[in-house]
Design a binder for this molecule. Structure first.
Ligand SMILES: NC(=O)c1ccc[n+]([C@@H]2O[C@H](COP(=O)([O-])OP(=O)(O)OC[C@H]3O[C@@H](n4cnc5c(N)ncnc54)[C@H](O)[C@@H]3O)[C@@H](O)[C@H]2O)c1
Ligand SMILES: N[C@@H](CCC=O)C(=O)O
Length: 482
């Protein structure tokens, strides 16, 4: 099966706005009861789910990710089982750590002085992307762990794997009504949830235009909500590799191939633009083209495939539009790849373009496909080129600097500080590990709430301070009034 079949399944399940409204009612009612379940009990359910994912359901979850989202066996394993299990276990740990903190009152008359970590009252809408099964699970179930109830709208091109997660969590013991799996047309879902007074948060991962639209809708309805909805959005990027003249060429070549072409460049962290000094370009060019020629782009069931088809017709048309642009523009030259074919699946060959113009749209817009553009700079213009890296796009998701010059690496921590939420020195821009490199970007790449980090759980709780005393208050006057 060369490309995903989720969309066909989705057609049978699309929820109407009436159904979304019913789910809002169910979730809002379920939240009150779910919030009374102690965190320790919730953690037991989460750990049971992690165990089920590692054993009984591991193959099912990975296979659903391979067939539904066109991931190769290694990419499915990294994402679907490994990353999701890490999210579940680490968020349980972080929740426990967070709730350990209790404020101190030295007043002996105070018998209770505490912070209660309540879930958000109302419901949270989790809206997930197609490209990571684990992200869907994290977006829906981390708010639930903290006592929220959730409407989870999966991407219609990741339905199969996301449904398996829902089944596992239900088998582990998440009660009905707490997380509600609602495949729906995006705008129908978005319009309905943002119109509900009970919307307490949106946990979104996807493209900038979709998040902008949701944010604007919340803004428009701001006077109608019970709470100010929390808006968490992890969005797109235009991720870069910056190569310094002292870089190790082999590392640059292999790191760039992996980052740009694994999962056909459909990772939000994928390298899409690379800046290479003139002195290293001949060797780097030769290496990139040599490796590119070896990459097999084929069926995910053939285990020697490096990557497979892109996710759907929409993605195919968008990406090949940039390839056509490269063919037509006098500033751009396709030096590797450029072929595509949608007769059996949405196959696009890994493509490398060289540009004379560092501000061409191919260097500034998110493409989200197997297309890497190279800008070759003069060795004497390192600083000028670093400025270009930061100023040429509105994004700041991931970025990598390759150099053996330690002073340059140190300096780049400052000069490129706001260019990326996940910043790599001598390593590729993809492949963050939950708990090890908390993930997220700022500027137009998102609200940078760092999924997989210790503070993420805090976004899904509404803490309450409780103070109790039994000592009667017998006086209303202040002492100086007598
Ligand atoms: N920063 C990150 O952590 C991160 C991680 C993964 C993906 N991404 C980004 O996600 C994008 C790719 O994912 P995608 O193609 O699924 O994104 P998308 O924006 O097309 O869709 C994301 C989700 O939003 C839904 N949606 C669409 N319109 C909607 C609306 N009006 N209201 C409510 N929901 C709506 C979709 O059905 C889907 O479930 C890329 O831009 C990528 O960079 C970012
Ligand atoms: N966390 C993943 C990217 C997730 C977005 O698609 C990485 O670091 O490569």
């Amino acid at each position: 099966m060369p490309h995903n079949h989720s969309k066909k399944i989705a057609k049978f399940y699309y929820a109407s706005s009436d159904l979304v409204e019913k789910a809002i009612k169910v979730a809002t009612e379920a939240q009150t009861k779910w919030d009374t379940v102690p965190l320790e009990e919730k953690i037991k359910i989460w750990l049971k789910a992690a165990d089920l994912m590692a054993t009984k359901y591991r193959m099912k979850l990975n296979a659903a990710t391979m067939l539904g989202q066109s991931k190769t066996v290694i990419q499915a394993e990294i994402d679907a089982s490994a990353e999701l299990i890490d999210f579940i276990k680490l968020n349980a740990f972080f929740a426990k750590e967070l709730t350990k903190y209790q404020p101190i009152s030295e007043n002996k008359n105070v018998t209770l002085n505490s912070l209660r970590y309540r879930g958000l009252d109302g419901f949270v809408a989790a809206v997930s992307p197609f490209n990571f099964t684990a992200i869907g699970g994290n977006l829906a179930y981390t708010p639930a762990l903290m006592g929220c109830s959730v409407l989870w709208k999966p991407s219609d091109t990741a339905l199969l794997s996301n449904w398996v997660i829902y089944e596992i969590m239900t088998e582990a013991g998440v009660p009905p009504g707490v997380v509600n799996f609602i495949p729906a047309d995006g705008p129908v879902f978005g319009d309905t949830i943002t119109a509900s007074p009970h919307l307490s948060g949106i946990n979104f991962t996807g493209s900038v235009p979709t998040f902008n639209r949701l944010w604007a809708q919340v803004g428009k309805n701001i006077n109608s909500y019970v709470n100010f909805p929390r808006l968490i959005g992890e969005c797109g990027g235009k991720n870069y590799h910056f190569v310094h003249p002292t870089a190790d060429v082999t590392t640059v070549i292999n790191g760039t191939i992996r980052s740009s072409f694994e999962y056909c460049g459909q990772k939000c962290s994928a390298c899409s633009r690379i800046y290479v000094p003139q002195s290293l370009w001949p060797k780097i060019k030769e290496g990139l083209l040599e490796v590119r020629n070896k990459l097999k782009i084929g069926d995910v069931n053939e285990f020697d495939s490096f990557a497979s088809a892109v996710i759907d017709d929409k993605a195919f048309n968008r990406i090949t539009g940039y390839i056509e642009h490269a063919k037509k523009s006098s500033n751009l030259e396709i030096i590797g790849g450029g072929q595509y074919d949608n007769s059996k699946g949405y196959f696009i060959q890994p493509t490398i373009v060289e540009t004379k113009d560092p501000l061409d749209k191919i260097m500034t817009e998110e493409i989200f496909g197997p297309l890497l553009t190279v800008y070759v700079y003069k060795d004497s213009e390192v600083d000028k080129t670093v400025d270009l890296v930061i100023s040429s796009t509105p994004y700041a998701l991931t970025g990598a600097v390759f150099a053996q010059d330690k002073n340059f690496l140190k300096k780049s921590l400052e000069t490129l500080k706001y260019s990326a939420g996940n910043f790599y020195l001598n390593d590729k821009s993809t492949g963050s590990i939950v708990g090890q490199q908390p993930f997220g970007g700022s500027r137009m790449s998102g609200t940078n709430d760092k999924a997989g980090g210790p503070h993420y759980v805090l976004r899904w709780t509404s803490p309450q301070s409780v103070k109790e005393t039994f000592v009667p208050l017998t006086e209303w006057k202040y002492p100086y009034m007598d």
